[in-house]
Ligand binder design. Structure first.
Ligand code: ATP
Length: 213
């Protein structure tokens, strides 16, 4: 589904990833672990074509066939089905839950909305609330829900459980497991053990390299 090979990533002159190789197979839930600064966010940004410059190859099974996407711009990668939720969530905080969802989905909104909200029952109780008035965990759910409205074929999540109340971590874990049961492949950067315990496979980054241990 996604195969990263020999990836080096750079912020200007500073190298943050060194010869990283990793794959996510169809329907697989892979958790990317590592300490702060190990390069988890950088790897997800590299896959999305954001902020960093890279060397190496990124193969992805787009609807149109297997493609090397490392030269594609971010919008093209998103259109090809890569759904990314950044660490800072990037919600429209002045807009309500429903408005955030509708903006993401365009004309497919009505069809997907019920499906997406079923994954996050908490959001159903606050549809008209501005995102600014939601807790961190609720905002995280909304950020994931918003990305799901775009009908992604592979989810890339950056620390969805960081700093979130345990009960909401469980809700996020349950939603991800429901997505997995539906066949959604996922690569999730996360240090939370509850999420790691549900993964098909763990990949650990240490100082910008994949660790074997
Ligand atoms: P965290 O959990 O803190 O986000 P992480 O594992 O996601 O950690 P990255 O954010 O990918 O780690 O950082 C990897 C390395 O790249 C670190 O050395 C960091 O200082 C560096 N780095 C990250 N963002 C930038 C940036 N915008 N400019 C320069 N260096 C950066």
């Amino acid at each position: 589904m996604l195969e990263v090979r020999g990836l080096d990533a750079f912020y200007g002159q500073a190298q943050a990833l060194f010869d990283v190789s990793l794959r996510v197979d169809s329907g697989e839930f892979v958790v990317l672990q590592g300490l702060n600064g190990a390069g988890k966010s950088t790897l997800l940004k590299s896959i999305m074509g954001l902020e960093v410059s890279t060397r190496g190859s990124i193969d992805y099974d787009a609807i149109t066939g297997r493609s090397e996407i490392q030269t594609w711009d971010t919008h093209r990668r998103a259109r090809a089905g890569l759904g990314y939720v950044a660490e800072d969530r990037r919600l429209f905080t002045g807009l309500s839950v429903l408005e955030n969802l509708h903006i993401a989905a365009g004309r497919h909104a009505a069809a997907r909305e019920a499906q997406v909200l079923d994954l996050f029952p908490v959001l159903k109780t606050m549809l008209k609330r501005p995102a600014a008035h939601m807790s961190g965990g609720e905002q995280q759910m909304l950020a994931i829900a918003r990305t799901l409205m775009t009908a992604p074929r592979l989810l890339l999540l950056d620390e969805p459980c960081e700093g979130i109340a345990p009960v909401l971590v469980e809700a996020i874990r349950d939603a991800l497991l429901a997505l997995k049961a539906d066949g959604m492949p996922m690569l999730v950067a996360e240090q939370n053990q509850l999420l790691a315990a549900s993964a098909d496979r763990l990949v650990r980054l240490v100082a910008g390299k994949v660790s074997d241990s």
